[in-house]
Write a new protein. Structure first.
Length: 342
């Protein structure tokens, strides 16, 4: 392993350089962020970065890039690593963010051709949002399952879909459905039952509260709530208990990112089936392949990356531990990367 080619921490006081507005391909603007450049054409996105005195480049399919970028923006860089693929991605430093190319790819990094640059999160987020706004065509929803959005990520620039890319991760203070907290979903609010969950019971639990405990007791039908999710691979918080977050989500097709954990996370498979490919977080070497069926529970260790595959829309409960210093404690080796010994 060699060191990353160069690290240029950007000056937090200086905003990211403006994108050259005149530089367009097929109607799409090209963008820069620090030493990275981003361009898209009818089919592909090409990212370039400096290494060994030259520019290295990497190309991804435009739809895959936009689906990954959508999650990174909506999740505010999420926990740990968001690998767009085996080469490009982001690492959340919580307030700062590293954007990397090849850093977690054993061959590229080993050849000294990787590159990492750190940014103020708000600067990087602003540029990523500009890219999404310019590169997502009318009709293409990068949050939707491929079977539920128009096949318009490709071709020359054709309008935009700002409404679709404005959806962000739902923030819940205590529990979904409580007064003043994140809302439940209904037909009237534009959340019909998804075609894959037509058989899900739509009843709500009856809540009988002792006098004096009104506002303290709450329940809702989580299966009903998830049956009405209009997006895929987008965990949203439905309950908060201390630092324990329940983040259920519905999954169909392929998780558009390869998530590199910086802490343990638990998966509870609530319905149907998801297959996970699990690899070493640092190198990408395969570690395991896991098929989860309804009722299965798994812990994803803190030193892995994972990507899910779901042939039919499935319900998954992701259980996250939001304790602030967990990534540092794992990095210092204070905690084992797995949560339990048998
Ligand atoms: Fe994950």
């Amino acid at each position: 392993m060699t060191a990353t080619a160069r690290i240029h921490p950007s000056d937090p006081a200086r905003p990211a350089p403006a994108a050259p507005a005149s530089d367009t391909v097929a109607g799409y603007h090209a963008f820069t962020l620090g030493q990275f450049s981003f361009a898209r054409d009818e089919y592909f996105v090409t990212v370039t970065w400096p290494a060994k005195g030259h520019r290295q480049s990497h190309t991804m399919s435009a739809d895959a890039f936009l689906r990954a970028l959508m999650r990174d923006v909506a999740w505010n860089f999420f926990y740990g690593l968001v690998n767009f693929d085996a080469v490009f991605g982001t690492r959340n430093l919580y307030g700062r963010v590293e954007i990397f190319a090849g850093r977690y790819n054993e061959a590229i990094h080993g050849a000294g051709l990787s590159y990492v640059e750190a940014f103020d999160s708000t600067d990087a987020m602003a540029r990523f949002k500009e890219i999404l706004a310019d590169w997502v065509n009318a009709g293409f929803d990068p949050f939707a399952a491929p079977a539920e959005t128009e096949n318009s990520p490709f071709g020359e620039k054709n309008g935009n879909n700002l409404a679709a890319i404005d959806r962000f991760r739902i923030a819940t203070k205590r529990m979904t459905g409580l007064p003043g907290d994140s809302p439940l979903r209904s037909d009237a609010d534009g959340f019909p039952v998804n075609r894959a969950f037509a058989d899900v019971d739509q009843g709500e639990p009856e809540i009988e509260v002792e006098p004096g405990f009104e506002g303290e007791v709450h329940a809702f039908n989580l299966f009903k709530y998830l049956s009405r999710s209009d997006v895929t691979w987008n965990p949203s918080v439905t309950s908060v208990c201390g630092r324990s977050l329940f983040c259920p989500t519905t999954e169909e097709y392929i998780l558009p990112i390869i998530h590199g954990n910086d802490r343990v996370e638990w998966f509870l498979q609530l319905s149907d089936e998801i297959t996970w490919e699990v690899a070493d977080r640092e190198t990408g070497r395969p570690r395991s392949r896991l098929t989860m069926k309804a009722g299965d529970v798994a812990a994803m260790p803190a030193d892995i990356r994972h990507q899910g595959f779901s042939k039919k829309r499935a319900m998954l409960l992701v259980w996250e531990n939001a304790t602030a210093d967990l990534p540092q404690r794992y990095e210092r080796g204070e905690l084992k990367p797995w949560p339990v010994d048998f």
